[in-house]
Design a protein around this ligand. Structure first.
Ligand code: CUA
Length: 153
């Protein structure tokens, strides 16, 4: 009799676990939350806003600037950028080839750049200084040299 109770208990637990997994995988979409929009990785150079990487002031949005990065093996474009301190910035990035990382050292910005997807992150740079952008996804022979820099002034 006790075996039966435990069997039911075990099966119920398993069912709950599987349904939670199923909901998170299919209903919520099994992809990083920062990757919302899609892009043709072969047309990055001619697709807005990636045709003009860098910092752009915007109006009528919840953020003041858009900071656009294009990653490709083994660099970021721009390779260095100045950002005014205290400005609300939306970082928008994608990759032209393989998966790259986008980690801004000393901040909570850490994105994965996937071919075909646009990664976004809203942030405010409160501290002045130089922040190194590093690739934290192995992308090939030049992976360790792949960096850029955000200068908050
Ligand atoms: Cu790009 Cu590692």
């Amino acid at each position: 009799k006790y075996e039966k109770i435990w069997l039911i208990f075990g099966l119920t637990t398993l069912l709950i676990f599987l349904s939670v997994l199923g909901v998170s995988a299919f209903y919520l979409g099994n992809q990083p939350p920062s990757c919302l929009a899609t892009i043709n990785p072969e047309k990055v150079d001619t697709t807005k806003p990636f045709n003009k990487p860098g910092l752009k002031k915007v109006k009528g949005k919840a953020w003041d600037y858009e900071l656009v990065f294009v990653a490709s093996a083994f660099n970021y474009n721009p390779g260095e950028i100045e950002v005014p301190k205290g400005a609300k910035v939306k970082v928008i990035a994608t990759t032209k080839d393989v998966i790259h990382g986008f980690e801004v050292a000393g901040t909570n910005i850490n994105m994965m750049l996937e071919p075909g997807f646009i990664s976004e992150f809203e942030t405010t740079f409160d501290k002045t200084g130089e922040f190194l952008i590093v690739c934290n996804e192995y992308c090939g022979a030049g992976h360790h040299m792949m960096t850029s820099k955000i200068k908050v002034v």
